[in-house]
Design a protein. Structure first.
Ligand SMILES: [Fe+2]
Ligand SMILES: [Fe+2]
Length: 300
């Protein structure tokens, strides 16, 4: 009988994620074995399997997010927090098709047409997602184009830069890890999360197009499933780089969340109004200007 597949990836100087096809997954500390022998010190070379690859990828996200402040993990949404999240969603989407196309061209040059084809398909699927965020901002009564032109939330900048940098590398396989991280987190959003946001929006405003499509209700679930199957089919050296980048992207994303979510509603409102050069079109005393609640998690 064939041996069940075990995959492992070293993500920090002393932590490896180890996963079995059967579903077991654990973090292995390099110094944590008897007699100092680390069976995972040598990079894996075998084939992948869906059952183990998904656990490596999700293990990388969990490890990257281990440092996020727990109280911030699922804050109650506020309208202004949601506006900031939509601006962030725009900036993390607007360059995605172009960046993925660029990485695809590089893989064609490298003689890896299967990676190029996967990235080209993803570029097609992601086209127009920035426009969903703009439409949502408009549905909230905001001049979306002007707002995004003048405002990139500080916590989102390093994430956008990371993706730009990954896609122009000589061997840009890491962009798959970055995309997986964002899409996997988006796909965790449930109908109840969307309803909470919808309840904050003005009556009749359809301002959750981006959120719906980047949630468990939209295309993200399929994107995530397709990515796992594709990554599992790749050689070990590629799977290692993708899992390592999933971890790095999760760290950057978690740091961004910490930074954005620690802002008070008043601080976020100030930032949005500065970018617009005018007060938000809501009446004083409405939900927007009420109290100092924490903001919504930026939409991925
Ligand atoms: Fe998207
Ligand atoms: Fe997607």
């Amino acid at each position: 009988m064939a041996q069940p597949i075990t995959e492992w990836v070293n993500v920090t100087s002393d932590i490896s994620i180890v996963a079995r096809e059967s579903g077991e997954v654990w973090f292995h500390a390099a110094g944590g074995t008897k007699e100092g022998i680390n069976p995972f010190a040598t990079p894996m070379t075998g084939v992948g399997a869906m059952g183990s690859t998904i656990r490596l990828l999700d293990g990388a996200i969990n490890l990257g997010f281990a440092g996020i402040e727990k109280r911030l993990a699922r804050p109650d949404p506020t309208v202004v927090g949601y506006v900031v999240a939509l601006v962030a969603a725009y900036h993390t989407s607007v360059d995605t098709p172009r960046n993925l196309q660029r990485a695809a061209s590089r893989f064609n040059e490298l003689g890896r047409p299967e990676v190029a084809a996967y990235l080209e398909e993803r570029a097609r699927e992601e086209t127009g997602h920035d426009r969903l965020a703009l439409k949502d901002l408009r549905a909230l009564g905001l001049p979306g184009e002007r707002l995004v032109a003048n405002f990139i939330p500080e916590g989102i900048k390093p994430l956008c830069k990371r993706f730009d940098d990954l896609c122009v590398q000589d061997y840009p396989i890491g962009c798959i890890g970055y995309s997986y991280c964002l899409e996997r987190i988006a796909a965790l959003k449930q109908e109840a999360d969307i309803e909470k946001v919808q309840a904050l929006c003005p009556d009749g405003a359809d301002a959750t197009r981006f959120l719906r499509s980047h949630s468990s209700l939209g295309s993200e679930v399929t994107h995530v499933e397709e990515t796992i199957a594709f990554v599992a089919s790749l050689p070990a050296s590629d799977r290692i780089k993708i899992v390592q980048e999933t971890y790095e992207s999760a760290l950057i994303m978690a740091a961004g969340y910490n930074r954005e979510l620690l802002k008070s509603e008043a601080e976020m409102l100030e930032e949005v109004q500065q970018a617009l050069g005018e007060p938000l079109p809501y009446r004083p005393g409405s939900y927007l200007l009420r109290g100092e609640k924490r903001g919504a998690r930026p939409a991925a």
